[in-house]
Design a protein around this ligand. Structure first.
Ligand code: HEC
Ligand code: HEC
Length: 257
């Protein structure tokens, strides 16, 4: 589908927005579902994530050899892109979103697979880590509502960016070149060197670049990386997380279509 005008763009956006929330086709998590998921996984994911889900497929071994990230090791039970508190497992919806949208720069989108197929894969991915059978992940509440991008909101966002010391990793102008990053001190959980994200390039954000996506990243943190959760510190005022997200959007050097 190609979009050449605003209306078409909006329709496409709405279609994309709803396709990731509709759960009508979500099958029961049964042995049969997981078996169907396994067939799909071995065809589409094994190359990077490996047959045993440890991130050591033929390409996976090569991908994370010198620098983060390695394809995720599903048997470790640690996930970056969650709606849940730091340290918790992701919800089914979180896994479904990652598989649907892919990870810019690292993993393709699998939106071309049917929804049912993507849910079957979710069930199979979960089977690599026993914790999924006993824990029920609960999303953090998304408090408040988006603030308008007004000068006051941006000023408060800028002040939070400074007082939370985001610049030590991300740099004063958000280019991912803060002193800690420059010193090469940032490592992921497997000891591989990792870079702080370049905040002027939202198209590269792995966890999404919309305001709610940014708020989710700030509240949950990216487990297994030095990017912390700010859930506790952003709970003072309902608008804090949204003001900070607005400020991040203003750092963008990309033109918004
Ligand atoms: C081209 C290699 C590649 C393929 C193919 C691939 N992945 Fe990934 N995947 C990655 C990499 C690399 C990461 C880690 C990215 C990061 O940590 O920033 C990842 C991370 C993930 C994560 C972790 C998300 C999180 O919250 O931490 C899930 C789940 C996942 N992949 C599922 C899948 C599934 C399911 C398939 C097949 C449908 C698949 N991947 C195919 C490379 C791949
Ligand atoms: C200790 C270093 C560190 C600090 C402090 C830090 N970050 Fe990060 N941040 C990182 C790293 C490393 C990544 C990249 C993680 C990855 O690629 O998996 C990241 C990623 C991000 C991303 C991109 C997420 C995505 O979807 O790809 C955003 C947005 C972000 N940080 C915002 C912030 C803000 C705002 C603050 C302050 C409130 C902050 N960070 C503080 C290290 C840090």
């Amino acid at each position: 589908m190609r979009c050449q005008n605003l209306v078409c763009g909006l329709v496409l956006l709405l279609a994309l927005g709803t396709s990731t929330v509709v759960q009508a086709t979500k099958p029961e998590d049964t042995a049969a579902t997981r078996a169907q998921g396994q067939v799909l996984f071995e065809r589409t994911c094994l190359f990077c994530h490996g047959a045993t889900g440890q991130g050591d497929g033929p390409a996976g071994w090569f991908l994370g050899r010198y620098a983060s990230p390695r394809p995720r090791n599903f048997t470790a039970g640690s996930f970056k892109f969650r709606s849940t508190p730091s340290g918790d497992l992701p919800t089914d919806q979180d896994l479904f979103r990652t598989i649907t949208k892919g990870i810019p720069g690292y993993m393709p989108s699998f939106a071309s697979l049917s929804e049912a197929a993507r849910w079957q894969i979710v069930a199979y991915v979960k089977s690599f880590y026993p914790g999924f059978r006993t824990e029920t992940p609960v999303p953090l509440p998304l408090v408040g509502a988006p603030t308008p991008q007004l000068a006051e909101s941006l000023d408060r966002g800028r002040a939070l960016y400074t007082s939370f010391e985001c610049h030590t990793c991300h740099g004063t102008e958000g280019r991912g070149d803060g002193p800690v990053t420059q010193a090469g001190e940032l490592k992921d959980a497997s000891g591989l060197q990792i870079q702080a994200a370049d905040l002027t390039r939202p198209s590269s954000f792995k966890n999404g670049a919309s305001l709610p996506d940014l708020v989710r990243t700030l509240l949950t943190g990216l487990d297994g990386t030095p990017m912390p959760s700010y859930a506790a510190r952003l709970s003072d005022r309902e608008t804090d997380a949204w003001d900070l997200a607005q400020y991040l959007r203003a750092l963008s050097a990309e033109s918004v279509p």
